[in-house]
Design a protein around this ligand. Structure first.
Ligand code: ADP
Length: 288
């Protein structure tokens, strides 16, 4: 069982030709409403790859919360521990222009109300996958008490209490998060710093260059597939989801990363943050 502790947001994607200036009003070229939030994205992507996934997340007592739970049930997640809070469901307002630049405002809503008590009774399983879009004390408690392998995707890379890293087996920052956490772009130096706390490995995802694995014994760059990427949003979420699925299957870290590179590269050839179903990628990963 993979247990995901994380966020849910309704994403409002608002397309404009040009951003309005201060005080100006513009008409949009379209609004799209989608499911988002790193916790939900990673949980659903893991389930699509065949993982057995329990999601621990909070939604509001509104229509968006009901819609989210229905979505997760359709995606075959265990939603028994999803909490309904007396608040609005979390939401993200993503305004993007014709050049693809964006502004994002997030209302944390119910995500901010997920509490340590909400974890009671549900911290059992093989792999914990969590991020930093819910309260840090909740993430810390989950990492501290979960009995299996613990993966932290440190996104966004805002950490008030670094001691939380002592409970992490595998840390998976992207390049930006890596720089924010370590203050350096030097992979080996930064990984040395992180491994003072992180127990087993740091995996830095490097976009089209693949992923770099750092343990106390070795460092290795695993290249990814060369693809015609059309939408890299959520590539990291798919990578983390896949990593959890293949670690749960008992694959070595290196093999799990090789497969996760392929699956997340494939996901960039499609629009949307959610990953592919196993049937779409089974041929691609057959030889790995
Ligand atoms: P994030 O989405 O968090 O910024 P990355 O950009 O590092 O994370 O992407 C995660 C993984 O997705 C990479 O390790 C890589 O395997 C794959 N990936 C991302 N962008 C591309 C790309 N342009 N071409 C091929 N693979 C990609």
């Amino acid at each position: 069982m993979i247990v995901v502790v994380g966020s849910y947001n309704v994403d409002f994607l608002i397309k404009v030709r040009d951003f309005p200036s201060e005080g100006e009003t513009v008409f949009s070229d379209g609004v799209y409403i989608d499911h988002g939030g790193k916790g939900s994205n990673q949980a659903v992507s893991a389930s699509r790859l065949g993982g057995n996934v329990r999601l621990i997340s909070a939604v509001g007592n509104d229509e968006f919360g009901k819609r989210a739970i229905k979505f997760w049930e359709d995606e075959r997640l265990d939603v028994a521990y999803v909490k309904i809070k007396n608040a609005l469901t979390g939401s993200a307002y993503i305004v993007f222009d014709r050049r693809g630049r964006n502004f994002i405002v997030v209302n944390r809503g119910a995500n901010a109300l997920l509490s340590e008590d909400d974890l009671d009774g549900c911290l059992n399983g093989d792999i914990l996958l969590t991020q930093l879009e819910v309260n840090e004390n909740v993430v810390k408690k989950a990492l501290k008490e979960f009995p299996g392998v613990k993966v932290l995707n440190p996104a966004p890379a805002v950490l008030n209490d670094n001691s939380l890293l002592e409970y992490v087996d595998i840390l998976t920052p992207n390049e930006i998060e890596f720089k924010e956490l370590t203050g350096t772009q030097d992979l080996n130096y930064g990984i040395d710093l992180l491994l003072k706390k992180v127990k087993r490995a740091v995996i830095v995802t490097l976009g089209e260059r693949g992923a770099y694995i750092g343990t106390r014994e070795r460092r290795i760059l695993i290249p990814t597939l060369a693809v015609d990427a059309i939408d890299t949003t959520g590539a990291g979420d798919v990578f983390n989801a896949s990593l959890a699925v293949y670690l749960e299957k008992g694959y070595s870290l290196e093999r799990a990363v090789r497969i996760s590179n392929i699956i997340s590269a494939y996901s960039t050839t499609r629009i949307g943050a959610l990953g592919p179903r196993l049937s779409e990628v089974s041929e691609l990963i057959e030889k790995e």
